[in-house]
Design a protein around this ligand. Structure first.
Ligand SMILES: C[S@@+](CC[C@H](N)C(=O)[O-])C[C@H]1O[C@@H](n2cnc3c(N)ncnc32)[C@H](O)[C@@H]1O
Length: 396
């Protein structure tokens, strides 16, 4: 195969990875890309990029192996300590509600090898929150990192941000490593998940707080915007989003407002009641979101307006906005899905079914549409949709 052809397939592999996990190509040097790909080619006993590309398309296991090699897992305990000071302050003020009522639910998205979610647990325990008053989940696309996290065995490098006294309280030294105690370890529930498909398997208004730190910076700008919208949906009203310090400027989404506790900053999901969809565009301008972004986000803002109305149960207004949308833009999977929801809520099951069907035609892995189709079908058909929904929920 000519060098030119090899280059072409090497680029195709890179593009496949970008599509699968949203990774910005410049997150890795071209040398690193090549090294990762060549390592996997040699492990697969293949020596041409073209063959390896075909192998990647055919094997989800191999795709996962390459993803595991390419992601940037850099993390450590109590990284950016001010986030944990914010958490301490938060539970000082609101902890009582969670101790007496429903437990505090926190998601660590892009949890890597576990240092972040485990730091959250230790921080809560240190702040006087008893086990049982909180639930912590860790999600990451990297299977190897999750396996590592579950073992809870760390080298000294992971403790560069943590006080020795605290380390000695929660870890036992085993040779030159440190083993996390079972109490903290078993408190975190780890799950594989990909933000490109998020919130597949996640429902609305679930988490009181989401830590999503040092992940957005590696993603494509369009995916960043999309992810923030989705995070907003899975947070409860007034839920808190904790970002990495370098990611504050990613918040251009109007459903979040800055919240500061003892000089530590995070972002708070606004109450639905405070949102006025008619002023979204003006507010975006007021906030100084560059006009290019306003242009490219017009479709998304229109969809968001429909969602707000649907969330409020205002079917008439939502349908009106859907009609407006259809006049201005080409119908895409998401709009078919929303229209399907409207039909479903109004009891127009035939139309709803048709729209959900069209959604999965355009986006075959649309988990929510597949779930609706499964519930609305019978027998073998229902089973088939159910299996697809489950498959795509587990898959990348
Ligand atoms: C630099 S680490 C950040 C770890 C931790 N949040 C912190 O701030 O220390 C980024 C993590 O995001 C994960 N990641 C990258 N792309 C992802 C995707 N598409 N879906 C889910 N996780 C992803 C990587 O596997 C990696 O573990």
């Amino acid at each position: 195969m000519t060098k030119e052809m090899e280059n072409k397939f090497s680029k195709k592999i890179q593009k496949l990875l970008e599509d699968k996990i949203g990774l910005l190509p410049e997150s890795l040097s071209s040398q690193n890309w090549q090294t990762c790909i060549q390592n996997r080619m040699s492990a697969s006993h293949l020596d041409s990029y073209a063959e390896y590309y075909a192998h990647l398309l055919a094997s989800l296991t191999e795709l996962q192996e390459l993803i595991d090699l390419i992601v940037i897992p850099e993390t450590w305990f109590y990284r950016e300590e001010r986030c944990f000071q914010f958490l301490t302050e938060y539970v000082k003020r609101y902890g009582e509600d969670y101790r007496k009522g429903t437990p505090l639910k926190i998601l660590s998205l892009g949890c890597s090898t576990g240092e972040e979610p485990y730091s959250i647990v230790m921080c809560l325990l240190e702040a006087g929150m008893p086990l049982g008053s909180f639930r912590i989940e860790g999600v990451d696309v990297c299977k190897k990192s999750l396996d590592f996290a579950q073992k809870g065995l760390y080298s000294s490098n992971s403790f560069r941000g943590m006080k020795t006294k605290l380390r000695d309280k929660y870890f036992t030294q085993v040779d030159d490593k440190f083993l996390l105690n079972d109490q903290v370890r078993f408190t975190v529930k780890f799950k594989k998940g990909n933000v490109v498909n998020f919130p597949s398997g996640f429902t609305k208004n679930v988490y009181n707080m989401i830590f999503c730190r040092n992940l957005l910076i590696y993603l494509f700008p369009t995916l960043q915007v999309n992810l923030l919208k989705r995070l907003e949906r899975v947070l409860v009203p007034k839920g808190i989003l904790v970002l990495g310090e370098m990611e504050y400027d990613k918040i251009t989404h109007l459903d979040f407002e800055t919240v500061t506790l003892s000089n530590k900053t995070a972002f708070c999901k606004q109450d639905l009641e405070f949102r006025n969809p008619d002023i979204i565009d003006d507010l975006r301008k007021d906030l100084g979101v560059p006009s290019m972004k306003i242009q490219s986000g017009e479709k998304e803002v229109a969809i968001e307006k429909i969602r707000i109305m649907a969330d409020r149960g205002d079917l008439e207004k939502a349908n009106e906005l859907i009609d407006d949308y259809c006049k201005q833009f080409e119908m895409g999977a998401e709009i078919y899905f929303l229209r399907g929801l409207m039909h479903h809520a109004a009891g127009n099951l035939k139309e709803a079914y048709r729209d959900f069907h069209q959604t999965v035609f355009l986006e075959p892995k649309h988990h929510e549409a597949l779930t609706y189709l499964s519930l609305m079908s019978e027998g073998e058909m229902s089973e088939r949709y159910k299996q697809r929904a489950e498959k795509f929920n587990q898959e990348l």
